[in-house]
Design a protein around this ligand. Structure first.
Ligand SMILES: [Zn+2]
Length: 345
């Protein structure tokens, strides 16, 4: 996708304030972006998750790309006898903090109010051109939302025949509430594979700027082997540099789908200052590498362009199996030479 166009979509989506259960600003803006795509139709389920479908030609969609519209934030206490736990701060007696942020960070951030909720008072969007980094009060997971919009934009531009879903969920930060609603209310076709598009803290040897990470799992579960291999195949076919790792710093919606029997995998852009928690111990902007974001978009575009059906088979896995079988033949002389030491003969 053209650099300037991607930056402008990122900026417009990052400008939308959001919080768990208060995703309407993001939702409205995404709807305005999606309505421009002639081959994309959008439905909203009764929970408020957006289910967008690209359909060009008659083929069946095999992939659903998912991102969540919320981010940890302060939320007004609704009327209710007993509210689930949340962070409390004497500055905001009628609000609580929803989302995974250590308590010690909460007093370190100033807030900006948006009606029924409040966010950290940080710039919505900044682009550090020199280092090619995007800073925002919310990267997690507006980056994923933008990636889905960019995917549709590229499929339209390239006139790609095929079909896929883009799913924008609510209330991920409090335990995948939107995704669980989606998985349990049966709104997705049975043979669909869900790909969580996320931002995640680096783990192990992966590094920001070296490509998005095809996740083999998260803190709670291991992802679908074939689907993960197919993502890696798509990256190879598209000539996109990716990394592969278990990112177990957090859990993502792929685990929620997994637990409810939906085939699921994930791809993540590495994130700095996860959930606005800077190494200094204070609240600060999250940041990602724009190059990694572009590569994530390129991988999912390639997945639809090169392997629209996950039943087409996974070339890299077939190749790997063939290589291992060949080894059995290649080492035949050694096997025969030592045969007398093993087995019945
Ligand atoms: Zn998060």
């Amino acid at each position: 996708m053209h650099h300037g166009k991607l930056l402008s979509i990122l900026q417009s989506v990052f400008n939308c304030p959001t919080a768990p259960f208060h995703e309407y600003h993001v939702r409205d803006h995404l709807l305005s972006l999606l309505e421009k795509f002639p081959h994309v139709s959008v439905e909203e389920d009764d929970f408020g998750n957006l289910i967008a479908r690209y359909q060009r030609g008659s083929s069946k969609a095999r992939w659903a790309f998912g991102a969540h519209m919320d981010h940890p934030a302060w939320v007004n206490d609704p009327k209710g006898k007993k509210l689930p736990e949340g962070g409390l701060d004497p500055r905001f007696p009628d609000m609580r903090f929803l989302g995974g942020v250590p308590k010690s960070y909460l007093p370190t951030g100033e807030v900006a109010h948006f009606g029924e909720f409040a966010m950290w008072d940080l710039p919505a969007f900044e682009y550090d051109r020199e280092n090619d980094l995007i800073y925002g009060r919310v990267c997690d997971d507006l980056v994923g939302c933008v990636a889905i919009v960019a995917l549709f934009s590229e499929l339209e531009r390239l006139e790609v025949p095929g079909a896929c879903y883009g799913i924008f969920t609510r209330a991920e930060e409090v335990g995948f509430v939107g995704a669980v609603h989606l998985a349990t209310k049966g709104r997705l076709p049975d043979d669909l594979c869900f790909v969580s598009l996320e931002t995640s803290s680096p783990r192990g040897t992966v590094e920001m700027g070296k490509g998005p990470v095809v996740r083999v799992g998260d803190r709670l579960s291991v992802f679908d082997d074939e689907a993960t291999a197919q993502l890696l195949s798509a990256a190879e076919s598209g000539g996109v540099e990716v990394q592969r790792a278990l990112l177990d710093g957090g859990a993502c919606e792929a685990t929620a789908m997994n637990l409810f029997g939906v085939c699921a995998t994930g791809i993540s852009v590495l994130l700095g200052n996860y959930h606005n928690c800077a190494p200094s111990g204070r609240i600060d902007s999250e940041y990602v590498s724009l190059k990694d974001v572009k590569s994530m978009i390129a991988v999912i575009v390639s997945l639809i362009v090169h392997s629209g059906s996950r039943r087409d088979g996974v070339k890299s896995r077939k190749d790997a199996r063939a290589r291992l079988e060949q080894r059995l033949k290649d080492y035949g002389p050694y096997i025969r030479a030592t045969k007398c030491q093993f087995g019945d003969s």
